[in-house]
Design a protein around this ligand. Sequence first.
Ligand code: NAP
Length: 456
Amino acid sequence: MLRVAVVGSGPSGVYTAQGLVQQSLVPGVRVDVLDRLPCPYGLVRYGVAPDHEKIKSLQNNLRTVLEDERVRFLGGIRIGPDALPAARLRELYHAVVYCVGAATDRHLGVPGEELPGSWSATEFVSWYSAHPDSGAEGFVLGARSAVVIGVGNVAVDVTRILARGAAELSPTDMPQSALTALAASQVTEISMVGRRGPSQARFTTKELRELGALPDTEIVVDPGELELDPAYNDPSGLPAANRRNVEVLRGWASAPPRNPASRSIRLRFFLRPVELLAGKEGDGGGRVDSVRFERTVPDGHGGVTGTGRYEDIDAQLVLRSVGYRGVPLDGLPFDAQHGTVPHLAGRVVRDGAIAPGEYVAGWIKRGPTGVIGTNRPCAKETVTSLLQDAETLLRREVPEDPLVALRAEGLTPVEWAGWQAIERAEAELGASLGRGVVKLPDWASLLAAAARTAGA
Ligand code: NAP
Protein backbone atom coordinates (compact mmCIF):
# COMPACT_ATOMS: atom_id res chain seq x y z
CA MET A 1 0.00 0.00 0.00
CA LEU A 2 1.53 3.32 -1.11
CA ARG A 3 0.38 5.99 1.34
CA VAL A 4 0.47 9.56 0.06
CA ALA A 5 -0.38 12.81 1.82
CA VAL A 6 -1.57 15.65 -0.38
CA VAL A 7 -1.37 19.00 1.41
CA GLY A 8 -4.10 21.31 0.15
CA SER A 9 -7.56 20.38 -1.13
CA GLY A 10 -7.89 22.96 -3.91
CA PRO A 11 -8.01 21.91 -7.58
CA SER A 12 -4.30 21.00 -7.79
CA GLY A 13 -4.51 18.85 -4.64
CA VAL A 14 -7.69 17.08 -5.70
CA TYR A 15 -6.44 16.50 -9.26
CA THR A 16 -3.27 15.04 -7.74
CA ALA A 17 -5.33 12.68 -5.56
CA GLN A 18 -7.41 11.72 -8.59
CA GLY A 19 -4.32 11.02 -10.69
CA LEU A 20 -2.87 8.85 -7.93
CA VAL A 21 -5.90 6.60 -7.49
CA GLN A 22 -7.02 6.49 -11.14
CA GLN A 23 -3.97 4.73 -12.55
CA SER A 24 -2.98 1.13 -12.90
CA LEU A 25 0.81 1.34 -12.63
CA VAL A 26 0.95 1.10 -8.84
CA PRO A 27 -1.93 -0.80 -7.27
CA GLY A 28 -3.20 -0.03 -3.78
CA VAL A 29 -2.51 3.70 -3.52
CA ARG A 30 -4.23 5.47 -0.61
CA VAL A 31 -4.34 9.26 -0.42
CA ASP A 32 -5.07 11.55 2.52
CA VAL A 33 -5.88 15.08 1.39
CA LEU A 34 -5.02 17.42 4.25
CA ASP A 35 -6.17 21.03 4.50
CA ARG A 36 -5.63 23.63 7.19
CA LEU A 37 -9.29 24.68 6.76
CA PRO A 38 -12.20 22.47 7.81
CA CYS A 39 -13.61 22.90 4.28
CA PRO A 40 -12.27 21.44 1.03
CA TYR A 41 -11.86 22.91 -2.50
CA GLY A 42 -9.38 25.75 -1.83
CA LEU A 43 -9.77 28.62 -4.28
CA VAL A 44 -12.84 27.04 -5.87
CA ARG A 45 -14.62 27.71 -2.57
CA TYR A 46 -12.65 30.77 -1.43
CA GLY A 47 -11.53 32.42 -4.66
CA VAL A 48 -13.94 31.79 -7.52
CA ALA A 49 -16.43 34.67 -7.48
CA PRO A 50 -19.80 33.76 -5.96
CA ASP A 51 -21.69 34.85 -9.10
CA HIS A 52 -19.68 32.39 -11.22
CA GLU A 53 -21.99 29.48 -10.45
CA LYS A 54 -20.79 27.40 -13.38
CA ILE A 55 -17.15 27.46 -12.27
CA LYS A 56 -18.26 26.94 -8.66
CA SER A 57 -20.09 23.80 -9.77
CA LEU A 58 -16.64 22.27 -10.40
CA GLN A 59 -16.89 21.46 -6.70
CA ASN A 60 -19.12 18.54 -7.74
CA ASN A 61 -16.26 17.02 -9.76
CA LEU A 62 -13.81 17.57 -6.91
CA ARG A 63 -16.32 16.07 -4.47
CA THR A 64 -16.44 12.81 -6.47
CA VAL A 65 -12.67 12.44 -6.01
CA LEU A 66 -12.76 13.20 -2.28
CA GLU A 67 -15.58 10.66 -1.83
CA ASP A 68 -13.56 7.90 -3.53
CA GLU A 69 -12.97 5.10 -1.03
CA ARG A 70 -9.21 5.32 -1.61
CA VAL A 71 -9.15 9.04 -0.72
CA ARG A 72 -9.74 10.70 2.68
CA PHE A 73 -10.28 14.39 3.39
CA LEU A 74 -8.65 15.49 6.64
CA GLY A 75 -9.50 19.15 7.30
CA GLY A 76 -8.33 21.45 10.06
CA ILE A 77 -4.73 20.13 9.90
CA ARG A 78 -2.09 22.81 9.51
CA ILE A 79 1.44 21.87 8.55
CA GLY A 80 3.95 23.94 10.50
CA PRO A 81 6.41 23.84 13.39
CA ASP A 82 3.72 24.81 15.93
CA ALA A 83 1.11 22.42 14.48
CA LEU A 84 2.06 19.31 12.49
CA PRO A 85 5.74 19.72 11.52
CA ALA A 86 6.55 18.85 7.91
CA ALA A 87 9.24 16.42 9.10
CA ARG A 88 6.65 14.50 11.17
CA LEU A 89 4.22 14.42 8.25
CA ARG A 90 6.98 12.98 6.12
CA GLU A 91 7.41 10.11 8.63
CA LEU A 92 3.74 9.19 8.40
CA TYR A 93 3.52 8.79 4.62
CA HIS A 94 5.63 7.33 1.82
CA ALA A 95 5.28 10.60 -0.05
CA VAL A 96 3.96 14.11 0.52
CA VAL A 97 2.67 16.31 -2.32
CA TYR A 98 2.40 20.01 -1.46
CA CYS A 99 -0.46 21.69 -3.31
CA VAL A 100 -0.74 24.76 -1.12
CA GLY A 101 -1.19 27.42 -3.81
CA ALA A 102 0.03 30.99 -3.50
CA ALA A 103 -1.20 32.18 -0.14
CA THR A 104 -0.45 35.88 -0.21
CA ASP A 105 -0.70 38.87 -2.51
CA ARG A 106 1.99 40.87 -4.29
CA HIS A 107 2.70 44.42 -3.22
CA LEU A 108 2.81 47.60 -5.27
CA GLY A 109 5.66 49.15 -3.32
CA VAL A 110 4.33 52.71 -3.65
CA PRO A 111 3.71 55.31 -0.90
CA GLY A 112 0.25 55.23 0.64
CA GLU A 113 -0.31 51.56 -0.14
CA GLU A 114 -1.26 50.87 3.48
CA LEU A 115 -3.67 53.80 3.90
CA PRO A 116 -7.10 52.94 5.30
CA GLY A 117 -9.38 52.21 2.36
CA SER A 118 -6.57 50.52 0.38
CA TRP A 119 -6.85 46.73 0.35
CA SER A 120 -5.44 43.86 -1.57
CA ALA A 121 -7.99 42.24 -3.87
CA THR A 122 -7.28 39.04 -1.92
CA GLU A 123 -8.65 40.64 1.26
CA PHE A 124 -11.79 41.74 -0.58
CA VAL A 125 -12.24 38.31 -2.22
CA SER A 126 -11.72 36.55 1.14
CA TRP A 127 -14.39 38.76 2.70
CA TYR A 128 -17.12 38.13 0.15
CA SER A 129 -16.11 34.45 -0.07
CA ALA A 130 -16.51 34.01 3.73
CA HIS A 131 -12.91 32.91 4.30
CA PRO A 132 -12.69 32.25 8.04
CA ASP A 133 -9.38 34.14 8.33
CA SER A 134 -10.83 37.28 6.71
CA GLY A 135 -12.01 39.34 9.69
CA ALA A 136 -11.88 42.54 7.62
CA GLU A 137 -14.95 44.63 6.83
CA GLY A 138 -15.97 48.15 5.88
CA PHE A 139 -14.59 47.91 2.34
CA VAL A 140 -17.34 49.89 0.63
CA LEU A 141 -18.45 51.93 3.65
CA GLY A 142 -18.38 55.65 2.80
CA ALA A 143 -16.88 55.07 -0.68
CA ARG A 144 -18.32 56.62 -3.85
CA SER A 145 -15.50 55.78 -6.27
CA ALA A 146 -13.25 52.75 -6.42
CA VAL A 147 -9.99 52.10 -8.24
CA VAL A 148 -8.96 48.55 -9.04
CA ILE A 149 -5.24 48.36 -9.86
CA GLY A 150 -4.33 45.60 -12.33
CA VAL A 151 -6.09 44.11 -15.33
CA GLY A 152 -6.13 40.36 -14.66
CA ASN A 153 -9.13 38.11 -14.05
CA VAL A 154 -9.12 38.82 -10.31
CA ALA A 155 -9.40 42.55 -11.11
CA VAL A 156 -12.39 41.76 -13.34
CA ASP A 157 -13.97 39.65 -10.58
CA VAL A 158 -13.74 42.34 -7.91
CA THR A 159 -14.87 45.05 -10.36
CA ARG A 160 -17.92 42.98 -11.30
CA ILE A 161 -18.83 42.21 -7.70
CA LEU A 162 -18.60 45.93 -6.85
CA ALA A 163 -20.92 46.72 -9.75
CA ARG A 164 -23.54 44.09 -9.01
CA GLY A 165 -26.75 44.95 -7.19
CA ALA A 166 -28.32 43.12 -4.25
CA ALA A 167 -30.83 41.30 -6.47
CA GLU A 168 -27.98 39.62 -8.37
CA LEU A 169 -25.84 38.88 -5.32
CA SER A 170 -28.60 37.52 -3.09
CA PRO A 171 -28.93 34.14 -4.91
CA THR A 172 -25.19 33.49 -4.41
CA ASP A 173 -23.63 31.81 -1.36
CA MET A 174 -22.07 35.11 -0.27
CA PRO A 175 -22.12 35.55 3.53
CA GLN A 176 -24.99 37.64 4.81
CA SER A 177 -22.77 40.43 6.21
CA ALA A 178 -21.04 40.96 2.85
CA LEU A 179 -24.37 40.89 1.02
CA THR A 180 -25.82 43.52 3.37
CA ALA A 181 -22.75 45.76 2.97
CA LEU A 182 -22.65 45.45 -0.83
CA ALA A 183 -26.41 46.02 -1.08
CA ALA A 184 -25.94 49.34 0.75
CA SER A 185 -22.86 50.30 -1.32
CA GLN A 186 -22.78 53.85 -2.73
CA VAL A 187 -19.89 53.07 -5.09
CA THR A 188 -21.03 54.25 -8.51
CA GLU A 189 -17.68 54.78 -10.32
CA ILE A 190 -15.19 51.94 -10.67
CA SER A 191 -11.95 52.40 -12.60
CA MET A 192 -9.96 49.31 -13.49
CA VAL A 193 -6.46 50.42 -14.42
CA GLY A 194 -3.63 48.70 -16.32
CA ARG A 195 -0.04 49.96 -16.37
CA ARG A 196 0.50 48.58 -19.87
CA GLY A 197 -1.72 48.52 -22.96
CA PRO A 198 -5.04 46.81 -23.72
CA SER A 199 -3.34 44.16 -25.86
CA GLN A 200 -1.25 43.16 -22.82
CA ALA A 201 -4.12 42.88 -20.36
CA ARG A 202 -4.19 39.52 -18.57
CA PHE A 203 -7.96 39.08 -18.33
CA THR A 204 -9.67 36.55 -20.57
CA THR A 205 -12.23 37.70 -23.12
CA LYS A 206 -15.14 35.78 -21.60
CA GLU A 207 -14.58 37.55 -18.27
CA LEU A 208 -14.12 40.92 -19.99
CA ARG A 209 -17.37 40.56 -21.96
CA GLU A 210 -19.25 39.77 -18.78
CA LEU A 211 -18.64 43.35 -17.61
CA GLY A 212 -20.55 44.60 -20.64
CA ALA A 213 -23.52 42.43 -19.70
CA LEU A 214 -23.93 43.89 -16.19
CA PRO A 215 -27.35 45.45 -15.72
CA ASP A 216 -27.61 49.21 -15.21
CA THR A 217 -23.85 49.64 -15.73
CA GLU A 218 -22.11 51.73 -18.35
CA ILE A 219 -18.69 50.68 -19.69
CA VAL A 220 -16.39 53.55 -20.58
CA VAL A 221 -13.25 53.07 -22.69
CA ASP A 222 -11.21 56.04 -23.91
CA PRO A 223 -10.38 55.45 -27.61
CA GLY A 224 -7.22 57.56 -27.15
CA GLU A 225 -5.82 55.00 -24.69
CA LEU A 226 -6.44 52.18 -27.15
CA GLU A 227 -4.64 54.10 -29.89
CA LEU A 228 -1.54 54.40 -27.72
CA ASP A 229 -1.12 50.65 -28.16
CA PRO A 230 0.80 49.80 -31.36
CA ALA A 231 -1.16 46.54 -31.52
CA TYR A 232 -4.44 48.46 -31.69
CA ASN A 233 -4.11 49.36 -35.37
CA ASP A 234 -2.88 45.95 -36.45
CA PRO A 235 -3.79 43.32 -33.89
CA SER A 236 -3.20 40.47 -36.38
CA GLY A 237 0.16 39.63 -34.80
CA LEU A 238 -1.35 39.16 -31.34
CA PRO A 239 -2.24 35.82 -29.75
CA ALA A 240 -5.95 35.10 -30.37
CA ALA A 241 -6.99 35.79 -26.74
CA ASN A 242 -5.36 39.25 -26.69
CA ARG A 243 -6.78 40.05 -30.12
CA ARG A 244 -10.29 39.26 -28.94
CA ASN A 245 -9.80 41.50 -25.89
CA VAL A 246 -8.75 44.38 -28.15
CA GLU A 247 -11.81 43.81 -30.36
CA VAL A 248 -14.17 43.90 -27.38
CA LEU A 249 -12.56 47.08 -26.02
CA ARG A 250 -12.62 48.69 -29.45
CA GLY A 251 -16.35 47.91 -29.71
CA TRP A 252 -17.01 49.59 -26.37
CA ALA A 253 -14.85 52.61 -27.20
CA SER A 254 -16.79 53.28 -30.40
CA ALA A 255 -20.26 52.42 -29.08
CA PRO A 256 -22.80 55.26 -29.15
CA PRO A 257 -23.71 56.63 -25.69
CA ARG A 258 -26.32 54.51 -23.96
CA ASN A 259 -29.11 55.52 -21.61
CA PRO A 260 -27.72 56.81 -18.31
CA ALA A 261 -26.86 53.97 -15.94
CA SER A 262 -26.56 53.96 -12.14
CA ARG A 263 -22.93 52.79 -12.23
CA SER A 264 -20.01 53.10 -14.57
CA ILE A 265 -16.92 50.98 -15.06
CA ARG A 266 -13.99 52.78 -16.65
CA LEU A 267 -11.34 50.58 -18.25
CA ARG A 268 -8.11 52.55 -18.23
CA PHE A 269 -4.69 51.74 -19.70
CA PHE A 270 -1.11 53.04 -19.78
CA LEU A 271 -1.35 54.36 -16.22
CA ARG A 272 1.22 53.25 -13.65
CA PRO A 273 0.33 53.71 -9.96
CA VAL A 274 2.87 55.92 -8.20
CA GLU A 275 1.15 56.95 -4.96
CA LEU A 276 -2.05 56.58 -2.98
CA LEU A 277 -3.14 59.93 -1.58
CA ALA A 278 -5.06 60.52 1.63
CA GLY A 279 -8.04 62.83 2.03
CA LYS A 280 -7.53 66.04 3.96
CA GLU A 281 -8.14 66.02 7.71
CA GLY A 282 -11.86 66.19 8.42
CA ASP A 283 -12.59 65.11 4.86
CA GLY A 284 -12.16 61.40 5.01
CA GLY A 285 -9.55 61.90 7.76
CA GLY A 286 -6.41 60.16 6.49
CA ARG A 287 -8.26 57.58 4.44
CA VAL A 288 -7.30 57.09 0.80
CA ASP A 289 -9.04 59.60 -1.43
CA SER A 290 -7.31 59.22 -4.80
CA VAL A 291 -4.61 57.32 -6.65
CA ARG A 292 -1.88 59.15 -8.55
CA PHE A 293 -0.85 57.46 -11.81
CA GLU A 294 1.93 58.30 -14.23
CA ARG A 295 0.97 58.13 -17.88
CA THR A 296 3.09 55.51 -19.66
CA VAL A 297 3.86 54.78 -23.29
CA PRO A 298 5.01 51.53 -24.93
CA ASP A 299 8.79 51.01 -24.94
CA GLY A 300 8.70 48.82 -28.05
CA HIS A 301 9.75 45.69 -26.13
CA GLY A 302 6.46 44.80 -24.44
CA GLY A 303 7.06 47.11 -21.49
CA VAL A 304 6.28 50.76 -20.85
CA THR A 305 8.16 53.90 -19.90
CA GLY A 306 6.96 56.82 -17.84
CA THR A 307 6.20 60.19 -19.42
CA GLY A 308 6.43 62.41 -16.34
CA ARG A 309 2.75 63.30 -16.78
CA TYR A 310 0.42 62.39 -13.94
CA GLU A 311 -3.28 61.84 -13.41
CA ASP A 312 -5.16 61.48 -10.12
CA ILE A 313 -8.24 59.27 -10.05
CA ASP A 314 -10.70 59.68 -7.15
CA ALA A 315 -11.08 56.60 -4.98
CA GLN A 316 -12.16 56.09 -1.41
CA LEU A 317 -11.74 52.36 -2.02
CA VAL A 318 -8.62 50.97 -3.69
CA LEU A 319 -8.29 47.28 -4.50
CA ARG A 320 -4.75 46.25 -5.46
CA SER A 321 -5.16 43.30 -7.79
CA VAL A 322 -1.60 42.71 -8.94
CA GLY A 323 -1.31 38.95 -8.52
CA TYR A 324 -0.78 36.33 -5.85
CA ARG A 325 2.49 35.11 -4.41
CA GLY A 326 3.58 31.81 -2.83
CA VAL A 327 4.93 31.82 0.73
CA PRO A 328 7.78 29.70 2.17
CA LEU A 329 6.68 26.40 3.67
CA ASP A 330 7.95 24.78 6.83
CA GLY A 331 10.88 22.53 5.97
CA LEU A 332 10.80 23.05 2.20
CA PRO A 333 13.25 24.92 -0.05
CA PHE A 334 11.88 28.16 -1.53
CA ASP A 335 12.67 30.24 -4.58
CA ALA A 336 12.03 33.72 -3.17
CA GLN A 337 12.26 35.40 -6.56
CA HIS A 338 9.38 33.42 -8.05
CA GLY A 339 7.53 32.53 -4.84
CA THR A 340 7.66 28.82 -5.70
CA VAL A 341 9.30 25.61 -4.49
CA PRO A 342 12.19 24.51 -6.76
CA HIS A 343 11.33 21.24 -8.50
CA LEU A 344 12.06 18.93 -11.39
CA ALA A 345 8.88 17.60 -12.99
CA GLY A 346 7.16 18.01 -9.61
CA ARG A 347 9.97 16.45 -7.50
CA VAL A 348 11.17 18.93 -4.87
CA VAL A 349 14.79 19.97 -5.41
CA ARG A 350 16.76 20.75 -2.25
CA ASP A 351 20.30 22.15 -2.48
CA GLY A 352 20.48 21.09 -6.12
CA ALA A 353 19.40 17.47 -5.47
CA ILE A 354 16.01 15.77 -5.58
CA ALA A 355 14.44 15.41 -2.14
CA PRO A 356 13.06 11.86 -2.06
CA GLY A 357 9.36 11.61 -1.28
CA GLU A 358 8.56 15.31 -1.53
CA TYR A 359 6.56 16.74 -4.44
CA VAL A 360 4.70 19.87 -5.48
CA ALA A 361 1.80 20.65 -7.81
CA GLY A 362 -0.28 23.72 -8.65
CA TRP A 363 0.64 27.36 -7.99
CA ILE A 364 3.38 26.58 -5.45
CA LYS A 365 5.05 24.60 -8.26
CA ARG A 366 4.55 26.84 -11.29
CA GLY A 367 3.50 30.23 -9.88
CA PRO A 368 0.05 31.85 -9.77
CA THR A 369 -0.98 31.56 -13.41
CA GLY A 370 -3.54 29.70 -15.45
CA VAL A 371 -7.15 28.74 -14.95
CA ILE A 372 -8.44 25.86 -12.84
CA GLY A 373 -8.05 23.38 -15.71
CA THR A 374 -4.32 24.21 -15.97
CA ASN A 375 -3.89 22.26 -12.75
CA ARG A 376 -4.82 18.98 -14.43
CA PRO A 377 -1.72 18.55 -16.61
CA CYS A 378 0.38 20.11 -13.84
CA ALA A 379 -0.84 17.51 -11.32
CA LYS A 380 -0.47 14.75 -13.89
CA GLU A 381 3.22 15.52 -14.35
CA THR A 382 3.81 15.36 -10.59
CA VAL A 383 1.81 12.12 -10.24
CA THR A 384 3.85 10.53 -13.05
CA SER A 385 7.09 11.42 -11.23
CA LEU A 386 5.77 10.06 -7.93
CA LEU A 387 4.63 6.78 -9.46
CA GLN A 388 8.02 6.35 -11.15
CA ASP A 389 9.56 6.67 -7.68
CA ALA A 390 7.05 4.30 -6.03
CA GLU A 391 9.37 1.30 -5.76
CA THR A 392 11.94 3.30 -3.81
CA LEU A 393 9.32 5.08 -1.73
CA LEU A 394 7.73 1.79 -0.66
CA ARG A 395 11.01 0.63 0.90
CA ARG A 396 10.46 2.98 3.82
CA GLU A 397 8.21 1.78 6.68
CA VAL A 398 5.27 4.05 7.52
CA PRO A 399 2.49 3.57 10.09
CA GLU A 400 -0.34 1.23 9.12
CA ASP A 401 -2.85 4.10 9.34
CA PRO A 402 -1.49 7.65 9.51
CA LEU A 403 -4.83 8.90 10.85
CA VAL A 404 -4.35 6.86 14.02
CA ALA A 405 -0.89 8.40 14.40
CA LEU A 406 -2.29 11.91 13.82
CA ARG A 407 -4.94 11.39 16.49
CA ALA A 408 -2.31 10.04 18.86
CA GLU A 409 -0.53 13.38 18.49
CA GLY A 410 -3.65 15.15 19.73
CA LEU A 411 -4.84 16.28 16.29
CA THR A 412 -8.56 16.07 15.57
CA PRO A 413 -9.08 16.34 11.82
CA VAL A 414 -12.41 17.38 10.36
CA GLU A 415 -13.28 14.32 8.32
CA TRP A 416 -15.71 14.08 5.42
CA ALA A 417 -18.73 13.68 7.72
CA GLY A 418 -17.70 16.92 9.45
CA TRP A 419 -17.54 18.74 6.12
CA GLN A 420 -20.96 17.36 5.18
CA ALA A 421 -22.29 18.72 8.48
CA ILE A 422 -20.90 22.15 7.51
CA GLU A 423 -22.70 21.88 4.18
CA ARG A 424 -25.97 21.06 5.97
CA ALA A 425 -25.51 24.01 8.34
CA GLU A 426 -24.93 26.35 5.38
CA ALA A 427 -28.09 25.10 3.68
CA GLU A 428 -30.04 25.62 6.93
CA LEU A 429 -28.62 29.12 7.37
CA GLY A 430 -29.61 30.02 3.80
CA ALA A 431 -33.13 28.66 4.29
CA SER A 432 -33.53 30.70 7.48
CA LEU A 433 -32.56 33.84 5.52
CA GLY A 434 -34.81 33.07 2.57
CA ARG A 435 -31.72 32.48 0.37
CA GLY A 436 -30.01 29.40 -1.11
CA VAL A 437 -26.87 28.05 0.55
CA VAL A 438 -25.16 30.80 2.59
CA LYS A 439 -21.57 30.30 3.73
CA LEU A 440 -20.54 30.31 7.38
CA PRO A 441 -17.96 33.08 7.69
CA ASP A 442 -15.89 32.26 10.79
CA TRP A 443 -13.90 29.50 12.44
CA ALA A 444 -16.23 29.16 15.45
CA SER A 445 -19.36 28.52 13.39
CA LEU A 446 -17.54 26.20 10.95
CA LEU A 447 -16.05 24.08 13.74
CA ALA A 448 -19.33 24.03 15.68
CA ALA A 449 -21.13 22.86 12.54
CA ALA A 450 -18.44 20.24 11.80
CA ALA A 451 -18.89 18.83 15.30
CA ARG A 452 -22.56 18.15 14.56
CA THR A 453 -21.81 15.05 12.47
CA ALA A 454 -24.52 12.43 12.09
CA GLY A 455 -24.82 10.52 15.33
CA ALA A 456 -22.52 12.93 17.21
P1 NAP B 1 -2.57 38.23 -13.18
O1 NAP B 1 -3.37 37.59 -14.24
O2 NAP B 1 -1.13 37.92 -13.09
O3 NAP B 1 -2.77 39.83 -13.34
C1 NAP B 1 -2.06 40.72 -12.55
C2 NAP B 1 -2.25 42.14 -13.07
O4 NAP B 1 -1.57 43.02 -12.18
C3 NAP B 1 -1.64 42.38 -14.45
O5 NAP B 1 -2.47 43.25 -15.16
C4 NAP B 1 -0.30 43.06 -14.11
O6 NAP B 1 0.17 43.92 -15.11
C5 NAP B 1 -0.73 43.89 -12.93
N1 NAP B 1 0.40 44.31 -12.10
C6 NAP B 1 1.38 43.54 -11.53
N2 NAP B 1 2.22 44.31 -10.82
C7 NAP B 1 1.78 45.58 -10.95
C8 NAP B 1 2.21 46.83 -10.46
N3 NAP B 1 3.29 46.91 -9.66
N4 NAP B 1 1.53 47.95 -10.78
C9 NAP B 1 0.44 47.87 -11.58
N5 NAP B 1 -0.05 46.71 -12.08
C10 NAP B 1 0.63 45.59 -11.78
O7 NAP B 1 -3.14 37.91 -11.72
P2 NAP B 1 -4.62 37.69 -11.13
O8 NAP B 1 -5.62 38.58 -11.76
O9 NAP B 1 -4.42 37.72 -9.66
O10 NAP B 1 -4.96 36.20 -11.55
C11 NAP B 1 -4.17 35.08 -11.11
C12 NAP B 1 -4.53 33.85 -11.94
O11 NAP B 1 -5.84 33.40 -11.59
C13 NAP B 1 -4.55 34.13 -13.43
O12 NAP B 1 -4.02 33.03 -14.11
C14 NAP B 1 -6.03 34.29 -13.72
O13 NAP B 1 -6.40 34.02 -15.06
C15 NAP B 1 -6.63 33.28 -12.75
N6 NAP B 1 -8.04 33.62 -12.48
C16 NAP B 1 -8.97 33.14 -13.34
C17 NAP B 1 -10.30 33.48 -13.18
C18 NAP B 1 -11.33 32.97 -14.15
O14 NAP B 1 -11.00 32.11 -14.97
N7 NAP B 1 -12.54 33.46 -14.14
C19 NAP B 1 -10.70 34.32 -12.13
C20 NAP B 1 -9.72 34.81 -11.26
C21 NAP B 1 -8.38 34.44 -11.45
P3 NAP B 1 1.43 43.46 -16.05
O15 NAP B 1 0.86 42.50 -17.02
O16 NAP B 1 1.88 44.75 -16.64
O17 NAP B 1 2.45 42.83 -15.12
